[in-house]
Design a protein around this ligand. Structure first.
Ligand code: MCA
Ligand code: AMP
Length: 503
């Protein structure tokens, strides 16, 4: 028996004529197209020398073909390695060196630059319209493929997540991690073949790729694919849709749109939110306007989804609900891992079939983040209330979440500190009305240095993806430090608290 993610998804595929993806420009792909298209692409990958266990790195615009490519990788037994379209060449160079992919599929515009990188793999292209060399290579191949057999513990994907040390780590996700989580979410959120999901998330992260796409595939449902968030397009699609998954910024932006009404959302059965905290105010405002209570859930790249508010029963604003079936929680003391009584605040540790296998080629980092009994230390500071609802009250890790994207301050600080005229810097997240948190930097200049905000921002262009760039830079005489010499970021956050909220 083949335990691959694809085999487990395929067991739920409906009639081949059923729509799998419809784009907002009217293109339609059926489940039959999905099977044939991913088979052709799997043949093309094998013809390019891809073997089971190889990594396929992919940095492409969102298109239905990009989903077929993901499924083709899984069918060929390779690990899919999606990359944020915002990553710069400098960032890509690191991923190529670390993951050593057999093939890199990119936008045609990036082809020459990637091919010129040291240790560049074979480069193929795929554009936003679903055209490119990989599609040409697939065109005349057979429409069936003998899927490579995989065990539950074999890799299906590697997703890079930045680390507090500033070096990105590849989270190794197995067939079982992804398949089991999708199975659980289908049941927990009551997805069926009748569902039509509004899909406006990027497809290079857990949320848009696994939570949204795998769940719909596992239910045999359909998706309306949009290249990016656009409130007009989303509201216009609601009468044909049943559900939407979003980050909190989706909801604050929809609330600013006069078209968001009870009537406009009357065909929808479910709105979910995750990747960043949803303010209780947003939850209430959305219910007042539409009558829908957003269902908030919580996950991580390393663990997929851990917790969710209930489908039936109270969806409690400001909480992320209960552990998903099969997922165990332990709220622990940070240093010792000692379990704390219910109601006390500690670090959340999780264990279950959803939890990843470890970081790619980083056994020490993997060991440091797991307890001996298999619990993974999330770094999220949490509390479980008397009714069992999980509250995320903070983060022990130095992490900023901006519009659902993670920014690790250390990575940005390293780039700023390397600039001429800079003594040191501290990068912090400040309350932001659109992105939840906005990235800002406090910089100490060398005496007499003429460095200004614009010059720093100009220097950072091209080094870091744009969403990681500080939206403001402040100059300070020195960074506040505690008696141990550690930078007190909370002091900086308090000092600059209103910068984004007051415009
Ligand atoms: C765009 N910009 C951003 C962000 N997005 N800056 C900070 N944070 C962001 N998230 C920059 C753009 O580069 C541009 O800057 C300026 O902000 C305005 O861009 P705008 O057109 O408003 O952006 P947008 O294209 O509308 O995108 C905003 C967005 C998008 C819709 C919130 O960021 C998004 O789709 N976020 C979802 C991320 C996501 O899927 N996260 C899931 C991770 P400039 O003008 O300088 O270029 S998976 C995860 O976290 C876990 C596992 C989980 O639980 O799900
Ligand atoms: P990532 O590295 O992209 O997987 O981000 C995972 C982190 O996002 C978690 O460790 C949490 O800190 C945060 N996160 C995800 N969902 C939520 C949520 N619903 N509420 C608060 N934080 C969340």
């Amino acid at each position: 028996m083949n335990n691959s993610l694809y085999a487990r998804l395929r067991a739920h595929f409906p009639d081949p004529d059923k729509i799998f993806i419809e784009t907002d420009t009217g293109r339609r792909l059926t489940y039959g197209d999905l099977e044939a298209g991913s088979a052709r692409l799997a043949h093309a990958l094998v013809a390019r020398g891809v073997k089971p266990g190889d990594r396929i790195a992919v940095q492409v615009q969102k298109s239905p073909e990009a989903i077929l490519l993901y499924l083709a990788c899984v069918r060929a037994g390779a690990a899919y390695l999606p990359l944020n379209t915002g990553y710069t060449l400098a960032e890509l160079s690191y991923f190529i060196g670390d993951a050593e992919p057999a093939v890199f599929v990119c936008d045609p515009k990036m082809r020459d630059a990637i091919a010129a990188l040291p240790s560049a793999p074979g480069v193929e292209t795929l554009d936003a319209d679903g055209r490119g060399t990989i599609m040409d290579a697939a065109a005349d191949r057979p429409s069936t493929f003998d899927d490579v057999s995989r065990e539950r513990d074999d890799l299906a994907a590697i997703l890079y997540t930045s680390g507090t040390t500033g070096r990105s780590k590849g989270a190794m996700l197995t067939q079982e991690n992804l398949a089991s989580n999708a199975e659980v979410l289908v049941r927990y959120w009551r997805f069926t073949a009748d569902d039509v999901l509004i899909h406006a998330l990027p497809i290079f992260h857990t949320h848009g790729l696994f939570v949204a796409t795998n769940v719909l595939l596992m239910a045999g449902g359909s998706m309306i694919f949009m290249p990016r968030f656009d409130a007009d397009t989303i509201i216009a699609a609601m009468p044909r849709a049943t559900s939407m998954m979003g980050v909190p910024t989706f909801y604050t932006r929809l609330l600013e749109h006069p078209g968001l009404t009870r009537e406009a959302t009357s065909h929808m059965r479910l709105f979910t939110s995750g990747s960043a905290p949803l303010l209780a105010d947003t939850h209430r405002a959305f219910e007042d306007r539409t009558g829908h209570r957003i269902l908030e859930r919580y996950g991580m790249t390393e663990t997929n989804m851990n917790a969710s508010n209930p489908y039936e029963g109270e969806r409690r604003a400001g909480t992320v609900g209960f552990p998903l079936p099969g997922v165990e929680f332990r709220v622990a003391e940070a240093e010792t891992g000692r379990a704390l009584p219910q109601g006390e605040t500690g670090i959340l540790e999780v264990r279950g079939p959803n939890v990843f296998k470890g970081y790619w080629r980083m056994p020490e980092k993997t060991a440091a983040e797991f307890r001996a009994d298999g619990f993974f230390i999330t770094g999220d500071i949490v509390k479980i209330d008397d009714d069992g609802y999980l509250h995320i009250v903070g983060r022990a890790k130095d992490l900023i979440i901006s519009g659902g994207y993670n920014v690790y301050p250390k990575e940005v600080e390293s780039e700023i500190d390397a600039l001429a005229g800079v003594v040191e810097s501290a990068v912090i997240g400040l309350p932001h009305p659109d992105f939840g948190e906005g990235v800002a930097a406090a910089v100490v200049r060398e005496a007499g240095a003429k460095l200004e905000e614009d010059a720093i921002l100009a220097e950072l262009q091209g080094r870091l993806a744009r969403y990681k760039l500080p939206k403001r830079v402040f100059f300070v005489d020195e960074l506040p430090r505690n008696t141990m010499g550690k930078v007190q970021k909370n002091v900086l956050r308090e000092r600059f608290d209103n910068v984004f909220s007051t415009g």
